[in-house]
Write a protein that binds this ligand. Sequence first.
Ligand code: SF4
Length: 248
Amino acid sequence: MIADLKAVVRDHETSRPRSMQTAIGPSEVGTTCARRLAYKMLAVPPVNTDSDPWAAIVGTSVHAWLDTAFADENDRLVARGMEARWHTSIRVDLPTYLSGTIDLYDAQTCSVIDHKVVGATAYKRYRKDGPSRQYVIQGHVYACGLRLAGYHVEDVGIAFWSRSGALKDSFYWSEPYDEQVVEDALARLDALRLTTTALGVAALPMIPTADAFCLYCPHYLPGVTEAEEACGGHVAVPTQPRGEPIHV
Ligand code: SF4
């Protein structure tokens, strides 16, 4: 019985539009691994598609709940004759680069806010060290898109919600919007586009990798030898005793 139930869950998850996206989205643009971006640009079919979807399903469900909660609170504010504060699910577009939907805009603090629903290990890491660079870049890209759409944005924020903990565990990170962060991210996309357009999949072995949670990468295939088909995972460059990278 449970096998039948799980099959329905898996089928429904893989049929969702987000699971079938092929364009690079704001959540991916800041990944540390350039080759992972190149695979997507080149539309190389994913090979690592059997990962457990439960965390993503829980994350998506909590996002939907939060979206309703903030939209309803906005309605209540307006019904009481107050200013609308919370703006949810706003489509943003950086023409020729990216488009996406931001979770939340707070008109009171002029902040774009992204919800992250994180598991226990990631929660501890983000609480201690702050968000990953990928999350930070995603937030600034959203802020840029929102500015282009005419919103006044001062700050980029991330609300962390614990997947396995309690509401009291949630915390918030923010920093001022920085256009340079977006320009750097888009310049990297431009450079990758140039290379992949010129060389096609032959460019893949030359594009550097980085440790970007390879186990969860859709192009990860341990032991593969042809980078044009899949990636065997990031191999750290050995360092000399003084910590200098070895250049070969
Ligand atoms: S498997 Fe790892 S190194 Fe290879 S493309 Fe994916 S994230 Fe990058």
